[in-house]
Design a protein around this ligand. Sequence first.
Ligand SMILES: [Fe+2]
Ligand SMILES: [Fe+2]
Length: 156
Amino acid sequence: MKPNLSKKELQEFNDILSPYLSHPKVREMKDYCAHGRISVLQHSLNVALTAYRLDRMLGKKADLHVLLPGAILHDFYLYDWHDKPLSIHIFQMHGYTHPFEACKNAVEVFQADDKTQEVIRCHMWPLTLRNIPRHREAVLVCIADKLCALRETFQR
Ligand SMILES: [Fe+2]
Ligand SMILES: [Fe+2]
C-alpha cells in the first residue's frame, strides 16, 4: 500500500511508530498470515496508514500517540490463527478472542494506556458486542481495519 503522505506526515508517522516497529515482538507479526498473502505486520501497517489518512480527511483531531500505536498493535495476538482449532462457540473463536489477546500483549510488552487498550479491544466491533468503540481513535481503527481486511482479501 502506497503511503500517499507528505514528507512531513511520513516523518510524523514514522517517528511515532519506530519504537514499535523496531521491537522483536512486533517484528514477529510478519511471520503470521492475516488475509490472503498479507502478513499481520503488513496488515497492521496498512491499518495504521488508513487510520492516519481517515483522521487527516476528518480534520486531524485524533491523538496520534493513541491512534497509531493502537492501530499497529490491534492484532498483536502473536500466533497463526489458521493453526487454532475451530470452535463452534463464538466466544472461543479467533474473531472474538484475538482483540483481548492483543490487548493483553500490548500491556505486557508496551504498557499500553487505557485509551490504546480500548482501540485494540474494540476493533472487531460489532462482533465483540459490548466492546463498543467510544472514542475517535477507536472508531477510526475499527473502520480502517474493515477497509483494509476487505481490500487485502480481494487483492490477490
Ligand atoms: Fe483483528
Ligand atoms: Fe486487523
